[in-house]
Ligand binder design. Sequence first.
Ligand code: UDP
Length: 371
Amino acid sequence: MYDYLIVGAGLFGAVFAREAKEKGKKVLVIDKRPHIAGNVYTEKVEGINVHQYGAHIFHTNNKTVWEYVNRFAEFNRFTNSPVANYHGELYSLPFNMYTFNKMWGVVTPDEATAKIEEQRAEIQGEPQNLEEQAISLVGRDIYEKLIKGYTEKQWGRDCKELPAFIIKRLPVRLTFDNNYFNALYQGIPTGGYTKMVENMLEGIEVRLGVDYLENKAELDALADKVLYTGAIDAYFGYRLGNLEYRSVRFENELLDIPNFQGNAAVNYTDRETPWTRIIEHKWFEFGKDEDGNDLPKTVISREYSSEWKPGDEPYYPVNDARNTELYAAYRALADREEKVIFGGRLGEYKYYDMDAVIASALDCAANALLS
Ligand code: UDP
């Protein structure tokens, strides 16, 4: 008999499992996929750690979380600074003095401020949706060229129907600083995320290719408690209706050239290009192998967003009014499941970054393991 059955070997599950194990609990981790690490899974191709479920760049302001992950991996000095490609015009991201200079020819922060002020005047009062929020942050020109197309491709919804908070993830700076994140700590685990999660799960029994919901009664009988990190609506057999998710499809290509785009991430912000971004994975580790040698080839992934349908991997919860309300109803059902704890991006239907998932898993474990 196990103390905990942990459903999902992603970050939430792995951190919870590690904490439980260290408290002397007997844990079993299962995952329906044939590998650990959930969507942070990386796989080596021609010496390059390929982020198989999309780019993951670790960043945090939380010192506890930073020290925690550093127990399981060494982090390199990678700093995310994506480039936006709008019909072949290149802009620096996030929105900073390089972006404003290219967009308007302005040179000083005062000139940039004046331009933004002039353009944001069309929005009066508190922004009610993503479009209004974006225009009020950076003005209409940047909204039209760098935000609208990208956002509508990523979310499959009009910017007027999306919540304002999504765009608040992006910094706006009147300096020449193109670090995408406002984070004290940032980097990529050397050797890939899979290795880091493997280290978290050291000494813990893991069974892969096991579908919890298909074998629920039998698996539940193995443990006192269950930690479930899958989709909350799937757990309840979609009985209140489907929550919506966005999914992502990747077209990976191995190219026999050393450098395709000169940067890890290039966002295609126009509406016409069908993909949202291209990731060139080698640049997460500066184009070098473990011994510091230049890698001769490169792997790129074109990323296409789509509405989730059964059989796809869910990636992003769609936090609009309908889904938020439906999630609350599922949450009420979840609170009545005494044996089961729900956690993570899918279990809590929340657009968590990796550091927030880890913080949440540590909290959850501390609470659960006290009782
Ligand atoms: N975004 C944008 N243009 C860009 C990059 C991001 O408008 O070139 C907006 C868009 O609304 C997106 C949000 O910022 O949904 C968050 O993007 P990010 O790339 O940070 O999300 P991730 O997919 O990496 O979690």
